[in-house]
Design a protein around this ligand. Structure first.
Ligand code: FES
Length: 109
């Protein structure tokens, strides 16, 4: 986790409310982020594609745990933000913890 990050609760969704591999956009800590759940793990990342800014809530998460941007098909790991292929783009991802089904995201200050 980024040492300059602060934990913020997600008020809009509990972990159990997230459909597996669906991408949802929500507010957290005064910002907009995207969330997805893969099995028991919840992941958080920036809401816009780092390539050309398309909202990633219009994309989906594939079986390899990558969010797929529908605009040009770039794929980013929801775990570490790495882009498949040598594109030079990287998705910002944020640490997540879940306590009693409640989601907390660590956002940079
Ligand atoms: S805007 Fe997402 S791949 Fe181009």
């Amino acid at each position: 986790m980024n040492p300059d990050a602060t934990w913020h609760p997600v008020e809009s969704h509990a972990s159990s409310n997230l459909r597996d591999r669906a991408v949802v956009e929500t507010a957290c800590g005064g910002r907009t982020i995207c969330l997805t759940r893969i099995g028991d793990a919840v992941h958080a990342f920036q809401p816009y594609c780092p390539h050309a800014g398309v909202p990633l809530c219009t994309g989906w998460v594939d079986s390899a745990g990558q969010v797929v941007c529908p605009a040009h098909g770039y794929k980013f790991s929801v775990r570490n933000g790495l882009c498949r292929g040598d594109t030079g783009y990287r998705l910002k991802t944020f640490a997540v913890r879940v306590e009693d089904d409640r989601i907390f995201v660590a956002l940079p200050t």
